[in-house]
Design a protein around this ligand. Sequence first.
Ligand code: COA
Length: 216
Amino acid sequence: MSAGILVRPERKDDRRAAEEVTREAFWNLHSPGCNEHYLLHLLRESGAFIGALDWVAEKDGRVAGSIVYSRSKILGDDGRIHAAITFGPVAVLPALQGKGIGSLLIRRTLEEARKLGHQAVLIYGDPAYYARFGFQGAERFDIRSHDNCYADALEALELSPGALSGRAGRFSEDAIFDMDEAAAEAFDRSFPPKVKLTGLPSQARFLEVAGRRRAR
Ligand SMILES: CC(C)(COP(=O)(O)OP(=O)(O)OC[C@H]1O[C@@H](n2cnc3c(N)ncnc32)[C@H](O)[C@@H]1OP(=O)(O)O)[C@@H](O)C(=O)NCCC(=O)NCCS
């Protein structure tokens, strides 16, 4: 399925290619256009960025997929702050999706994160995809969104058994995730123009999954 794919740490000279892949993968997916390539650009400069988990998938000498991780936390109900990590954006070039490249990138970097001693991964994503990697609804650990809601899209994975027991609280990702839309638009103009579309099924699916949340 994923023959000829090399999964390896990102090099500095891969960066723009990884941003292009991310832009292609997310364009019009969740909303008209996208800003995930700008998020990727910003994350690399953020103190929360985990350089050792910045990986790419390469096919025929070109970047075909990209994943990055950043430090995040759980603002514990017990008043303590618990460390976690978060991946994303994760992206594979549209023409190469569905061939196992994303799974390779995710599995390989989760293994690396475990080796590096990270305890738990928290992400926002579609449960239909991430359950295969062992992610469970964060509600199971009584972990809520920053605004204290149980969210189906908020998923958790323990990298060591029991890592999330007694870690109930609110998930908090790095402030860089709150992007400035105007700055994202300006950054996007450094790429070739692309048409923004509305009313796509993937956009409706995104809103549906993101909308599955309940106040505590
Ligand atoms: C998500 C992504 C990185 C997965 O990479 P990939 O190489 O296509 O994934 P794989 O080939 O390993 O797995 C394909 C499977 O994932 C499923 N899948 C991919 N994206 C999915 C999604 N958003 N929701 C549900 N399932 C998804 C496919 O339907 C396929 O399912 P199957 O194995 O049951 O047939 C890639 O599809 C992508 O870049 N998508 C656009 C960006 C994106 O959605 N990123 C994640 C945001 S949370």
